[in-house]
Every structure is written in C-alpha cells, then in structure tokens.
Design a protein. Structure first.
Length: 182
C-alpha cells in the first residue's frame, strides 16, 4: 500500500550495491553495528582500510573512534587497517576530519563505502560528498538499536520524530552548501 509520505521514505532510507573501494568510512556513533558491518565488508576484501570517525560523546565512555576500533579489533580487523579520526563531534566534522586524515596519509579515494545508520544515510552521504567531491560512494546502512526501518518509521510517534528530525538536519546541513557547490 502506498502512502503520501513514501517520498520521505525513499529520500531518507536507501542503499546501493557495494563494490571494491579504497576505504570504508563510518560517521561517528555509539552503535556497534556500524563496525560489525564495516568489518564484514573489510573481511570480504572490499577495502583495505576502515576509517571510523568520532570524538568524545555521551553515548560511549571513550571516543566514538576508540569504541568502534575496539569492536573492529575484536572482529579480527588488523590494527593497521583501522585509521584514526577521534575529534569529530557531528556528521559535518566526521566528513571533514576524515578527509583531512586521508589527505595526510596520501590517500585520495576514488571509491568509498559509507557505513551508516539507515535513517542517517541521506545526510551522511550528502555531507561526505561535500568534502569528498571526486569520490564515488557506495552506501551500506544498518538498522541500529532503535529498530527503525523504512517499513516501520511511520508507525509510532517516537520513530516519526527520529526520522523527521534527521530530515530537518539534512536540510540544515545542505542549506549552507547548495549555492557554494555550483
């Protein structure tokens, strides 16, 4: 059954096929599933490095980067394959600081896999595209511990609030950059 808000679902929740890339990028979060997915992709040989991004957060006792790194190590990802960005406090900084880390290491990715929360996929992709202007992105989202999916986000007030807040943030992030990107 179609709904008048299917366009919101299609805009906010999406994924792409995943192909071999130069890097797997993770916008910071206290969601262990992000590194679980990244580690799976790494072990499939889809990229030689994972770059989790994230500084101090009230969601984890350390930095988001350290939290995600520990999960990666426990899943058999070699320490040398996990690059470090532990200063970012929001998605914009995740993208910007991750770009800076890669530039300092002499890595300019032609292709990147973005592992993010499913309802955060649009904002994450658009934000990373601002800083990674010549990179082709593949998006591999996860369902986080909220359990929000494209099939259920509109079925209760809390999930509606989370997705619509994310949609508002997407607009706020992009408003500043649209005219500058032309």
């Amino acid at each position: 059954m179609s709904h008048p808000f299917d366009c919101i679902t299609d805009f906010m929740f999406f994924e792409t096929p995943v192909k071999p890339s130069n890097i797997i990028l993770i916008p910071g979060s206290g969601q262990s599933g992000l590194m679980v997915r990244a580690a799976e992709l790494y072990h499939q040989g889809l990229a030689p490095f994972i770059l989790p991004s994230g500084g101090k957060s009230r969601n984890v006792p350390t930095t988001e980067w350290a939290f995600l790194r520990e999960i990666g190590l426990s899943l058999g990802v070699p320490d040398g394959a996990i690059l470090k960005e532990d200063q970012a406090t929001n998605t914009f900084e995740n993208a910007k600081y991750s770009w800076n880390v890669l530039q300092q290491k002499g890595i300019t990715p032609e292709k990147a896999i973005l592992v993010c929360k499913n309802y955060h996929a649009r904002r994450a992709l658009l934000t990373y595209q601002i800083h990674f202007r010549h990179t082709l992105f593949y998006v591999s989202p996860i369902v986080d511990r909220t359990g929000i999916t494209k099939q259920n986000w509109f079925l209760d007030d809390h999930r509606i609030h989370v997705v619509m807040r994310e949609m508002e943030k997407t607009g706020k992030y992009m408003r500043h950059y649209i005219s500058r990107m032309l």
